[in-house]
Design a protein. Structure first.
Lengths: 345, 345
DNA sequence: TTTCTTTCCGTGTTCGATAACGAAACAAGT
DNA sequence: ACTTGTTTCGTTATCGAACACGGAAAGAAA
C-alpha cells in the first residue's frame, strides 16, 4: 500500500542506497543496465519520495517574500491572511517576510521588490498594482528562477506559478444584477468614483465596465448610469446626487472601491437611505458596521484569508510537495448582506 | 528564528537528549530541578517539535474513515470534497476510506459506522443525519478514543474534535431577506416541503424556522407564510400554488432542500416564473441549470470542497501537527445567483 | 560493609533520503 | 610494471525526534 523505500529498492536490485539515489536523482555515474533495473523496481513498487525524510535531511526552510501595499484595511486583511496561512505551515518550515510598498510611488514598489529579491526567498507573493513596473520585476523573477504568485490582479504576459483573485468585471456585472433586482427595466445608478486616489487601479475600471455590460446585456438605457466624483470635503455629497435627493427620486449607488461606508454615512445623516440601494466592495470594518446598521445593502467581497491560504498553498505545493498547481484560481464573488455577515470572514 | 532543537537544548542544559525528550513528553524519571531548567531553555529557545523528524520516526500513516450518505449530488460533492482534500495530504501519509450509508435506513448507518470503527482509523468524518444513532456511535468513539469531525449538522452532547457546517437557521433568515428584498412590508411566501423524503432531516426545520424568524423580526404578518407539500406526481404543482397563479398573484417560493429545480421547472412550463422569486439550496447541477436559465433566483450554498478541506485539515492538524483546532467552524452562507455562479465552486 | 532499590540519566538505534567521500575495477598511456 | 584517468558503485554521517535499554549514583535495608 504505502510504496517502497529506497533501501528496499536497493535490496531488491542488489545495489546500495547510494546507487538508487543517484538513479532517482539523475546524478549519473550509474551503468545503464542497473539504472534500468532500478527504475523498473521503483516503478513497480510505486516508489514515492518520503516528504518527511526528504525535508528532514534537506532541513528546508522556505522563506516567502510578500510584496503588497498596506495602506488600508483591505490590504491589511490580505497581509493578515497570508501571515495566517504561513503560520499554519510554520511547522513545515515556512516563513514569510513582508515588503510593503506605497502604491502611489513607483520607486517604492521597485525598491521593495528588489529588496525582496535580494533576500533570495524561495517564492514570492505579489500584488502587481503598478502594471508596467510589475511586469519588469516579473520577467526578472523568471530569469533568476524565483517562482511567484500574483494576487488581486493578474498580469498578462507573465507566467506566474498561479494567479489568485477575482474576476473584476464579472463582479461589476453581479453588482448591477443585485442593484437592479426587482426592477425589470433597470434603475438609475450612480457610480461613485475617486479618480485621484484610485488613479492607477485597473481593477476599479473593470468593475465599472462590468456594471455597464449588465445594463447593455439587459437592454437597459445607458442613460441610467452616471458617474460622479466623491467630494473630498468632509460630509459633503456630490452635487448631482443632491439633485436626486432633493427631488426624492430613488437612485442606486455603486461604489467600486472599499469606501462605500463614507458615502453611506453621509446619506444616513441627511436621512435619504430609503431612496437608494448601496453596493460596495470589501468587508472592512467600516463597511461591516454600515451593513449592520442597514446603511449598505450589499458588499461584494473576496475572502482574504482564503486568498492568502491559496497563495501560500500554491507555493508550498510547488516547493515542498513538488506537485502541480492550477494557474488560474478565481476567488468566489461573495455576496455579503447583513444576514450572512457573521460567517463571511 | 527557527526554533531550537532537542539536541541544542540538551547541550545548553548539560544533559542528554534522552532526558530532554523525557521532559518534553512528560515521561517522568527526571529530577524536578533539571526538568524546570530544561523547560525554561525550551521555552526561551522557542522549541517546536520538528514535524518532519517526528513523522519520519513514527512512520505515521493516517487512515481516515468517512461516514456519509451518497444518494444525491449534494452528498456526492461532499464526498468528492473530502477525497480531494485527502489527496492533497496524501504525500503526508493521509488516506481515506468511505463508508457510505443509506440515510433512510438506520441499520445501514449503524452497520457502516461499525465497519468504519473496526477498520481502526486514526480519525473519522461523519454526517450525523440520524441523530439518535449517531449519538450512540459518537459516545462509542469517545470511549475508544478515535477523534471525529462532524459535518453538515452538529450533535449536541457530543464533543467532536470539530463541527463543520452551516448555521441552518441563519440561512433561512438570509433566505427571507433575499426573497423580500425591495418589499418593505414583506411578501407572500410559500414553503415547499417534502415531508416524506426529508422526514428525518432536522436541518430543513431549522431553515424554515429561520425564515419565520425573519418575518417576525421585521414585523411582517405571519399569515404571509404558508407551507405546502410537493406533489410527487410528475409535473404537477401543489394546488394552493395554482390558486395564486390562476389569479396572477405574485408569490415567493422557499425550497429548503436541494430540489428547487423541480419546482422551478414546473413553474416554467406553465409560464408563471414572472410571478415569483425562487430560492433554493445547494449548487447541484440541476439547480445550476435553473440559475442559468433564470428559473431560480438564488441558491444558498456552502462550498463542499472547503468543507471537505476543513474536515480533513482539522484531523490533520490534530493528528500530525498536534495543534489545536477550533471546535465550531461555521461555513459561509454563500449567495449564488446567475452572475456569480461560475466562481461558486 | 554489603546488597538491594529507587531515582535519575546517558547511549545507541531507528525512521528514509541525501550526498560527500572514497574504493574498486579496468583501460590506456609511458 | 607503474602511473593516471575514468566509470561505477558502496560506505557512512547527517537531519531531529522517539524510545528501549542499561548503567551510575544515592539512599535504604541487611
Amino acid at each position: 500500500m504505502a510504496g517502497i523505500t529506497i533501501k528496499q529498492i536497493a535490496e531488491k536490485a542488489k545495489v546500495s542506497v547510494g546507487t538508487v539515489d543517484r538513479v532517482l536523482h539523475n546524478r549519473g555515474e550509474v551503468a545503464e543496465a542497473t539504472k534500468k533495473r532500478i527504475l523498473a523496481i521503483a516503478a513497480e513498487g510505486n516508489y514515492k519520495t518520503n516528504v518527511f525524510a526528504r525535508s528532514l535531511k534537506l532541513n528546508t526552510s522556505f522563506k516567502l517574500a510578500v510584496i503588497l501595499p498596506n495602506d488600508n484595511e483591505y490590504w491589511q486583511m490580505q497581509n493578515e491572511g497570508i501571515l495566517n496561512a504561513a503560520e499554519q505551515y510554520s511547522s513545515l518550515g515556512v516563513s514569510v517576510e513582508f515588503f510593503t510598498f506605497n502604491r502611489h510611488d513607483r520607486n517604492s514598489f521597485i525598491s521593495e521588490s528588489f529588496k525582496a529579491m535580494e533576500s533570495s526567498p524561495q517564492g514570492i507573493i505579489m500584488a502587481p498594482l503598478l502594471h508596467e513596473d510589475a511586469l519588469t520585476i516579473c520577467t526578472n523573477l523568471k530569469e533568476i528562477g524565483i517562482p511567484f504568485v500574483l494576487v488581486d490582479s493578474n498580469l498578462a504576459g507573465t507566467k506566474p506559478l498561479a494567479f489568485i483573485g477575482q474576476d473584476s468585471q464579472q463582479s461589476g456585472f453581479l453588482a448591477a444584477k443585485l442593484l437592479n433586482f426587482g426592477h425589470e427595466n433597470g434603475h438609475k445608478c450612480m457610480i461613485i468614483r475617486d479618480t485621484h486616489f484610485d488613479s492607477l487601479n485597473k481593477t476599479l475600471d473593470e468593475r465599472v465596465d462590468g456594471l455597464k455590460k449588465y445594463y447593455a446585456a439587459n437592454k437597459f438605457s445607458p442613460d441610467l448610469i452616471e458617474e460622479v466624483e466623491l467630494k473630498k470635503t468632509e460630509g459633503e455629497l456630490p452635487a448631482k446626487l443632491n439633485v436626486y435627493f432633493d427631488n426624492n427620486e430613488p437612485i442606486h449607488l455603486f461604489v467600486p472601491n472599499s469606501r462605500a461606508h463614507e458615502i453611506a454615512k453621509r446619506i444616513d445623516i441627511i436621512g435619504k437611505k430609503k431612496l437608494c440601494r448601496i453596493l460596495g466592495y470589501d468587508l472592512i470594518k467600516e463597511n461591516i458596521d454600515c451593513l449592520n446598521d442597514g446603511l449598505i445593502d450589499f458588499i461584494i467581497h473576496q475572502n482574504p484569508k482564503i486568498q492568502g491560504s491559496l497563495a501560500v498553498e500554491a507555493l508550498y505545493k510547488s516547493l515542498i510537495l513538488n506537485t502541480d498547481v492550477s494557474q488560474h484560481q478565481f476567488m468566489q464573488l461573495d455576496i455579503i448582506t447583513k444576514e450572512n455577515l457573521m460567517y463571511g470572514l
